[in-house]
Design a protein around this ligand. Sequence first.
Ligand code: NI
Length: 191
Amino acid sequence: MNIVTTPDPRLRIKCKKVNHVDDEIREMVDNMIQNCLDWEKEHKFEISAALAAPQLGYDRRIIVVREDTEDKNNATFIPLLNPEVIKTEGKTVYDYEGCLSVPSYYGMVPRPTKARIKAQTIDGQEVRIKADGFLARTLLHEIDHLNGILFIDHIKDVKDAFYRLNDKGDLVPVDYDKDIANNKDLFPDED
Ligand code: NI
């Protein structure tokens, strides 16, 4: 299984609702979790916080979110089906975001600090989540994926917003003209 990366058009579709959970859906969820774990084995400074179905090429409204994003030894992920943003609250703050589908780069992305989310569990139970901070940011990022939106779409001032990890695991700003400006995978429409 390979992670789908930009500019693959499968990242740009509006995914279909999951109407009932069958073996096919359960297999998608298992593959999503396994891919998160496989990916982070090769990325020692990073943790897989979450993944959305289109990142494996699945056209379904499914996300998996890590139970504890502070602990790489905790490999538990919570699957959420048909997650929807009920409302967002709080002020808008900028923080780093990365995405397995946007390899190598991190960006400073504006998001509201709080979000109320509605979804179904894999057992068909309806859940409502009152999220703030990093969890709110993560859920909003993943729900965006189901609507064909990537974090880079939220960045207006692209010249100062991008970072890369150096070999010590620190995020360092990238030189826009030498790096991002020539990356046609990231910004295919720019000159
Ligand atoms: Ni992502």
